[in-house]
Design a protein around this ligand. Structure first.
Ligand code: ASP
Length: 336
């Protein structure tokens, strides 16, 4: 009988309402779980529950929380067949992306899930999400970090939160779902990540100074002069379309060049959720490539941020980070 560890970190699934809106409520959540007869069914795997302290609205998650969650998986790795991490939806894609890099050599399922409606409420989507996540984790077919939500199992580092109120809250615009649940669970076998080489280990992340800039018409790049100092190690720029910035970057270029000389790695992502950055396709993006920015290709912003944290935490030089940002490590971007 497979044994699954549920790690509750908070989020709507374990919230109840207070005078100031929804807040995590561990006691109410534990009461809900023990009242769920389906979780005791013979066809369910064995499971145990751990909680991180304090339970969080995921908008409060930090790098040290990712390290805590990764540490719980690593400490309990041999004792369980899979892991289900209950997490708020707001930053679930960031945590899933980070864990996908941190849990090296993973050969067990790690599934993040949660809900849009608290488990304590009648129409909660949390019951279905939790039960399906436990069954998929017990089946053990996937050996990667995933998000299960609204009937779809998505690669964690390809997913992004797409809806603030629909029950299918996540999409994976540049990679097909790993599985979909209907009457049965249909796996997309060819999309599953092959087991990563090497023994399982945890790469802890450091609090690397990273920035994200979203360009918009009329953006005054000179304002960024102050923050693009040698203190900034990595920057993700969310550009238009295939990597384009206003005025071909004439205003941004001197600032970018100076930042690069300081060793800052600039990664170019797109504001479009679907498609690939292609620097140099338009004149409006050529200057970024000439200045030494790297193409984030089809990375989500979440995965680009997580990958920068990971590579700098591993001690890679700026040159190595630039090379590896364009090299798939665990299925986060397409092969060249
Ligand atoms: N604010 C909540 C969170 O991310 C939203 C949710 O879980 O759906 O923790």
């Amino acid at each position: 009988m497979p044994k699954i560890l549920i790690i509750n970190t908070g989020g709507t699934i374990s919230m109840t309402s207070s005078a100031r809106g929804y807040v995590p409520d561990g006691e109410a959540f534990r009461a809900q779980l023990s009242g769920m007869e389906l979780l005791k069914a013979r066809t369910m795997p064995q499971w145990e529950l751990m909680e991180t302290e304090p339970l969080l609205d995921s908008s409060n998650m930090t790098v040290s929380d990712w390290n805590r969650i990764g540490g719980l998986v690593a400490d309990n790795y041999d004792a369980y067949d899979g892991f289900v991490i209950l997490h708020g939806t707001d930053t679930m894609a960031y945590t899933a992306s980070s864990l996908s890099f941190m849990l090296q050599g993973l050969d067990k399922p790690v599934i993040l899930t949660g809900s849009q409606i608290p488990l304590a409420e009648i129409r909660s989507d949390g019951r279905g999400n939790l039960i399906d996540s436990l069954l998929i984790a017990a089946e053990g077919k996937v050996k990667e970090v995933c998000i299960f939500f609204g009937g779809k199992l998505l690669r964690g580092n390809r997913a992004t939160k797409y809806s603030a109120d629909e029950l299918i809250a996540f999409v994976s615009p540049n990679y097909p779902p790993l599985a979909e649940t209907g009457i049965t669970v249909e796996y997309n076998e060819s999309a599953l990540l092959k087991r990563q080489p090497g023994p399982f280990s945890l790469q802890v992340l450091d609090e690397i100074p990273i920035g994200v800039i979203k360009v918009f018409p009329g953006i005054q790049f000179s304002l960024f002069d102050q923050i693009m100092t040698e203190k900034l190690r990595g920057i993700v720029i969310e550009t238009f379309g295939a990597g384009n910035i206003p005025n071909g970057g004439s205003e941004l270029l001197p600032i970018v060049r100076r930042a690069m000389e300081h060793g800052t790695v600039m990664t170019v992502c797109s504001q479009c959720t679907q498609g690939t950055v292609s620097l140099g396709t338009y004149e409006a993006s050529s200057a970024l490539a000439e200045a030494g920015a790297v193409s984030g290709r089809d990375l989500t912003t979440e995965a680009a941020v997580a990958k920068l944290y990971y590579l700098f935490s591993k001690g890679c030089s700026a040159e190595e980070v630039k090379r590896l940002m364009e090299t798939p490590i665990c299925g986060e971007e397409k092969e060249r």
